[in-house]
Design a protein around this ligand. Structure first.
Ligand SMILES: [Zn+2]
Length: 297
């Protein structure tokens, strides 16, 4: 799953570049001019390659102690630029985000990407889907909601589904399950959350070409959550067309839609083509039962 949200990837590159650039400038200068710094630095690198070769924890301990020595030494010498003591946070890739050995993205890259997405979409900071406690639901709804979780899980882990639309009354936990799915999926790919009410501003109608274009946020992520479909302003048919185009472009990606509108209301509000798209092939419309407003607990 190396298909990234471009914005996220660029953001990560920027962070890396800033770190590396500042670090490289001061490091290269000190390596040339300061013998002691040079020898500490070479000693660190020697231990890093030994650690990578053997995996022996004793080398890692040595690395940490040399890092401390370098920091102490830089402080002692009053090296103004604090980045002179910058040492890569990740021993595996030297903060490049990519492992030199095999050219693959490093674990630290995935970790950083996950954190960046959580910072951007704080609503994803919930229990992952696999750990959702279904006992919060009314007994009569529990079995059905377990089924919904199963279907969501299939969406995340297989190609069986592409779009899952969950409908039901407000406050019964539809968004919660969507966010839980998002949290779970963060370990595998990129996730973006778009409240439907924002889609009117995300889709732009180009009068010259008579076409609608959307933001990368909608098209790029591996998993897109469209929250509360039907709450958006409805005018000029933009949403019908925008929605259809979005589903078309994302047909090989994963999308979860939540809505308070039932099948009949969806049919009345959107074009027939939207409805047939939401229920066709690998797409599924599921009813989440329940009356209880879980938010009022
Ligand atoms: Zn790394």
């Amino acid at each position: 799953m190396l298909d990234f949200n471009n914005k996220t990837l660029n953001e990560l590159k920027r962070i890396d570049d800033n770190n590396r650039l500042a670090f490289n400038l001061t490091r290269d200068k000190l390596l040339e001019t300061d013998e002691k710094f040079n020898s500490l630095y070479c000693e660190k690198n020697r231990n890093i390659s030994l650690f990578l070769k053997t995996g022996d924890e004793k080398y890692n301990e040595k690395i940490q102690s040399i890092i401390k020595d370098i920091e102490d030494y830089c402080a002692f010498k009053h090296y103004e630029n604090t980045t002179s003591s910058y040492v890569p946070k990740c021993n595996k890739c030297n903060d490049l985000g990519i492992k030199e050995a095999d050219g693959k993205y490093c674990e630290c890259f995935y970790k950083m990407r996950k954190q960046l997405i959580l910072d951007t979409f704080p609503m994803l900071n919930v229990t992952p889907l696999s750990k959702v406690d279904t006992s919060i639901y009314e007994k009569s709804d529990e079995a059905n909601n377990k089924k919904i979780i199963k279907v969501l899980n299939l969406l995340l882990t297989t190609d069986k589904y592409s779009v899952i639309t969950i409908f039901g009354k407000p406050g019964i936990g539809k968004s919660y399950l969507a966010y839980a799915s998002g949290n779970e999926y963060l370990n595998y790919g990129t996730v973006s959350v778009v409240p439907a009410i924002d889609t009117t501003s995300l889709f732009k109608f180009d009068f010259k070409t008579n076409r609608i274009s959307g933001e990368d946020d909608l098209y790029e992520p591996d998993l897109l959550i469209i929250d509360d479909l039907g709450s958006e302003h409805y005018f000029d048919n933009i949403n019908d067309t925008g929605l259809l185009q979005l589903l078309e472009i994302r047909q090989n990606k994963k999308t979860i839609i939540t809505t308070n509108l039932n099948a009949k209301q969806l049919e009345a509000r959107y074009h027939q083509r939207v409805m047939s798209r939401l229920t066709s092939k690998s797409n599924i419309l599921i009813n989440m039962p329940g009356e209880k407003d879980l938010r009022r607990k």
